[in-house]
Write a protein that binds this ligand. Structure first.
Ligand code: URA
Length: 190
């Protein structure tokens, strides 16, 4: 099976998933989007209103900021992969319950296996806790590199947090610069 076929099959499973209660209220599940050859994967928390309506990740206000953040380090949405911990919108955008995240994580693991990114960026505490370490505190641990399964991973602020508190943007920019450098280093050493 090609990567395309594998991701298409996985997305079909996600669209029809009834593995947790979030399926009851969703309009559309949001598998993820971007390049299947992406060297870098950005993982958020879960779809919001605009994502639920369109079936696409990070297309609302936070998504527009994410697109700008990517552009600031020379990346386009088309060349990275963007997805979430949970693929269906939690009501009122609440943080997903652990049983919802646990039910959905096998999809993310399969997305990792298809894309095999060289770097993973966790946007916000929820992604960082499920992917890197449950004890992560985003204000304390953002900008630090971790390694899981041989893949460098870094937590940074979720773009929604940056929209709520502009003063965090300076630190987010430091993180983005590090991410750019790490990506360049990996590319040079290939
Ligand atoms: N917030 C997220 O965590 N993910 C999205 O897709 C949109 C907003």
């Amino acid at each position: 099976m090609t990567k395309n076929e594998a991701m298409k099959a996985l997305s079909e499973e996600i669209f029809s998933c009834t593995g947790c209660q979030l399926c009851k209220k969703r309009k559309k599940a949001v598998p993820g989007e971007g390049s299947l050859m992406a060297r870098i994967m950005f993982i958020g928390e879960g779809p919001g209103h605009d994502e639920d309506v369109t079936g696409r990740p990070f297309v609302g206000p936070a998504g527009q900021l994410l697109t700008k953040m990517l552009a600031s380090i020379g990346l386009t949405r088309e060349e990275v992969y963007i997805c979430n911990i949970v693929k269906c919108r939690p009501p009122e955008n609440r943080i997903p319950f652990s049983e919802e995240a646990e039910a959905c994580l096998p999809f993310l693991r399969r997305q990792f296996a298809i894309i095999r990114p060289k770097i993973v960026v966790c946007l916000g505490a929820t992604a960082a806790r499920y992917i890197i370490d449950n004890d992560i505190r985003i204000t304390r641990d953002r900008g630090k590199w971790y390694e899981k399964g041989g893949i460098p991973m870094i937590p940074t602020y979720h773009p929604s947090a940056l929209l709520r508190d502009e003063s965090k943007k300076k630190e987010a920019w430091e993180d983005l610069k590090q991410i750019k450098k790490r990506l360049e280093d990996i590319t040079e050493n290939e």
